[in-house]
Design a protein around this ligand. Structure first.
Ligand code: 4NP
Length: 166
């Protein structure tokens, strides 16, 4: 069986999407599903390509047991629309940029959406950008990523019949 591939996308790929990737891959590992779900993250902008996650994101994540220091920022590529099953944006602007880009890659199989689509209908829809704010913003990003990761994993398990033993 081909693994299910999930790409998280924000603007710079140094705060929100590496946090989403780090939290989700930990949840996947804790559920014994690392062999059937592959994760990655990327930015719609190229400002920080090659850099590790923002120090504030790394610190906030580490305090909750998520290690994200191995991640390196990259920009979304055309290949991503063919490679990934799901491309999940942190906010509406990044989703719109992805939708515009997918129109140029018509055969791309990736399903586009917001990461927070996996939360309840009355929950927040966007992960607010913490880059220009204080520590609270980074904690809020983690809170949202933790909640959405659990529900994303439940959906993937159902839709793709994923099992620890596969
Ligand atoms: P991210 O946050 O999109 O969550 O990685 C940002 C990082 C850098 C910038 C903006 C947002 N920037 O303007 O450099």
């Amino acid at each position: 069986m081909q693994p299910v591939k999930v790409l998280f996308v924000c603007l710079g790929n140094i705060c929100r999407s590496p946090t989403a990737e780090g939290v989700f891959r930990q949840v996947v590992e804790d559920n014994g599903l690392s062999h059937v779900i592959k994760t990655d993250s990327a930015g719609t902008a190229a400002y920080h390509v090659g850099e590790g996650p923002d120090e504030r994101s790394q610190l906030a994540a580490k305090k909750r047991g998520y290690l994200i220091s191995d991640l390196k920022a990259r920009q979304v590529s055309d290949d991503d629309f063919f490679e990934f099953d799901y491309i999940l944006a942190a906010d509406f602007q990044n989703l719109k940029d992805l939708q515009d880009r997918q129109k140029l890659n018509l055969d791309g199989k990736a399903r586009l959406g917001l990461f927070l689509d996996y939360l309840d209908e009355d929950s927040e829809q966007e992960i607010p950008d913490p880059y220009y704010g204080g520590a609270k913003g980074f904690e809020h990003v983690l809170d949202l990523c933790e909640k959405a990761s659990e529900s994303l994993l439940s959906e993937l398990k159902k839709d793709h019949h994923l099992d620890r033993s596969e």
